[in-house]
Design a protein around this ligand. Structure first.
Ligand code: ATP
Ligand code: MG
Length: 362
């Protein structure tokens, strides 16, 4: 099929790399001709956004998007002539932290207590209800921990509100977690579901640095619980394609943090680590093809993000059980430039390789 992607970053690039072996063609909208996905398909540059979207729609049989910050009205407009997956309901829900929390509550999925905040007065009331510490976040457009303020004492309330620059915000109770996990799943047009194993994520300065797959010591019961939450969300939203949920593991069980209606950085390991990658499964879902198996090919797998600088990448290529992915971006502080996948069948081999790549971790 002819697949169009709104956006042309590394996610679009890896979707294309997965789509070509299945015989699909790709096209993108991009902010510049140098975008990571641009070498992989027809690229319509957003000089005039409306025209670029029209050109993409005319060139595509099905459309998907890279970001939850995609304009819902644009998706609804495209959908009048061309199918867009995931649909407007998934996008509308996941681009606003308040709507996300409301659906968790509706479906009985544990999440942090929260209050929407539109003024300093709202924030004062919310702090009384939720208690401290708490995290104030912008309701929309946050990523990599941006647009967040951890409030520890009452005298920080005013500063926290000022840091939101007047936009709608959400106050969340602080979750005392043991570790951060994520679950990636895919739902097909025929209502079939596939789930990847829970993975463990480590962040630094708000940016994901390391994913371990599968997460260590996850009981079958906890995996099933996470899959159950995921299934109710997929079905409630009529989601088609990949959906990711980020969770906290606490002493009282799983607490869901947020979700993303797309392939996710914590699923990049699946390119080499799983029988079918998250990218291929997203492509399969939106083209109404059978979904692929999601089981792990090796005992141990990890993904290390390359942030800001590449460093000596030949060191990665010299190792026998690593795979290097560079996204064709120029170096810039805090930018996701690529990632490394490590696969191993023994714990010893796994640990040795992780240590050899220490220079890529903060
Ligand atoms: N309620 C909470 N309690 C404790 N820690 C939290 C809470 N919410 C967020 N955090 C911490 O802040 C990090 C970033 O928060 P969140 O995932 O909501 O933001 P984000 O900017 O959308 O991040 P990203 O786009 O990188 O996933 C989380 O990974 C977690 O470490
Ligand atoms: Mg997050």
């Amino acid at each position: 099929m002819k697949i169009g992607v709104l956006g042309a970053g590394q996610l679009g690039r890896m979707l294309a790399i997965a789509a070509y072996p299945l015989g699909h063609q790709m096209a993108f909208t991009a902010n510049s001709k140098d975008a990571p996905a641009a070498p992989l398909g027809r690229t319509f540059v957003n000089n005039n956004k409306h025209d670029a979207i029209k050109q993409l729609t005319n060139a595509s049989e099905v459309i998907t998007y890279e970001s939850e910050n995609t304009d819902v009205e644009i998706v609804k407009e495209i959908n009048k002539t061309t199918d867009v997956y995931p649909g407007a309901k998934s996008l509308f829900t996941t681009q606003h932290r308040g709507r996300e929390k409301a659906i968790f509550v509706k479906l009985g999925i544990p999440c942090a207590p929260y209050q929407m905040v539109n003024s300093l007065r709202d924030l004062e009331v919310a702090v009384e209800k939720i208690g401290l510490p708490a995290i104030l976040k912008t309701a929309t457009e946050g990523y990599d921990g941006k647009g967040q303020f951890v409030i520890r004492t009452k005298n920080q309330i005013e500063k926290a509100w000022q840091s939101m620059s007047g936009v709608e915000a959400i106050l969340e109770g602080f979750v005392n977690f043991k570790r951060e996990l994520s679950l990636i799943a895919v739902r097909g047009l025929d209502n079939s579901h596939k789930y990847y194993p829970l993975v463990e994520n480590t962040h630094h300065n708000g940016i994901l640095r390391l994913t371990i797959s599968p997460a260590e010591n996850i009981s079958a019961k906890v995996q099933k619980q996470a899959e159950h939450y995921m299934q109710t969300l997929l079905d409630e939203m009529g989601h088609v394609g990949v959906l990711t949920i980020e969770l906290f593991e606490t002493s009282n069980g799983l607490v869901v943090n947020e979700m993303a209606p797309r392939v996710h950085n914590s699923g990049h390991w699946s390119i080499e680590g799983a029988r079918t990658s998250q990218f291929e499964n997203h492509v399969r879902a939106i083209t109404n093809s059978p979904l692929g198996e999601t089981d792990c090919l090796q005992q141990y797998c990890a993904m290390i993000n390359i942030i800001g600088k590449h460093g000596p990448v030949n060191k990665v290529l010299e190792l026998s059980n690593t795979h290097l992915h560079l996204y064709g971006k120029t170096e810039r502080k805090g930018r996701k430039l690529g990632h490394i996948t490590i696969t191993a069948n023994t714990l010893n081999e796994f640990k040795t390789t992780l240590s050899a790549l220490e220079a890529f971790m903060p």
